[in-house]
Design a protein around this ligand. Structure first.
Ligand code: DC
Length: 222
């Protein structure tokens, strides 16, 4: 069972993925991590993010284990890590170099503790279009930039990270722009994706909408 969940930052993909992974006992691959790992490694090594060749070298040598180690760094999810990921993810060669790691996960998916799983939830921007075009169920989760900035701002505030709503909104808009306008694998719903706008929905309402879709796929694949 493979479910892909694509859409812009802070639309609710992470929460939904975690819920579905836990409820249906599926492994989870947050594919933004591959770009965050490459971007953060560039920053930590003092490399200019515009240096595509160096980004490619890092991407080509990145292992799953290194990615997990980098994910423990405090800037992995900060605006520094987010911005670096957004820049390096626009390089087609970097995307190509990171493709196999993402695709191969579905061949033998594992939980965080290494035990095997019967399926996987992919969360990202191009998982339904590029990484797993044959997924059983494709979701595209979106929300207005203002609603997403508000959610992200509250998350940062809860973690004690100092920033302003205006700055977060600006970042959300510029990342959307970069993610949806890049030449390689731009963020867009797959033709067969179910699109859900969560601007005015609670997570419980989103789950209510999605559960029958997942259930129907489970019944079909049995
Ligand atoms: O989902 P996220 O915020 O962790 O993603 C970080 C960056 O990586 C974001 O700018 C978009 C990019 N990304 C991508 O291009 N393709 C993916 N499948 C996942 C993320």
């Amino acid at each position: 069972m493979i479910i892909t969940i694509d859409g812009p930052a802070a639309a609710g993909k992470g929460t939904l993925s975690a819920y579905l992974a836990q409820t249906y006992k599926l492994a989870y691959f947050d594919t933004g991590m591959v770009y965050r790992a490459v971007g953060l490694q560039m920053v930590l090594t003092g490399l200019d993010l515009n240096n595509k060749e160096e980004a490619l070298k890092i991407a080509a040598n990145l292992t799953f284990q290194q990615m997990i180690e980098l994910s423990r760094h405090p800037d992995f999810r900060s605006d520094i890590g987010s911005n670096a990921a957004s820049v390096v993810s626009a390089y087609p060669e970097v995307r190509q170099a990171l493709l196999a790691m993402q695709k191969n996960f579905a061949l033998s998916p594992v939980f965080a503790d290494g035990t095997p799983a019967n399926g996987v939830i992919y969360d990202g921007r191009d998982t339904g279009t590029v990484i797993c075009p044959n997924a059983d169920l494709k979701l595209f989760i979106t929300a207005s930039a203002e609603v997403r900035a508000e959610r992200r701002y509250k998350e940062y505030a809860a973690k004690g990270m100092s920033t302003s709503y205006e700055k977060v909104l600006e970042d959300v808009i510029s990342r959307d722009e970069r993610d949806s306008k890049r030449s390689s694998a731009p963020m867009k719903p797959a033709e067969d994706a179910v699109i859900i706008d969560t601007s005015f929905l609670s997570i419980a309402e989103v789950i209510e909408e999605i559960t029958p879709l997942v259930q129907a796929k489970i019944n079909q694949t049995r």
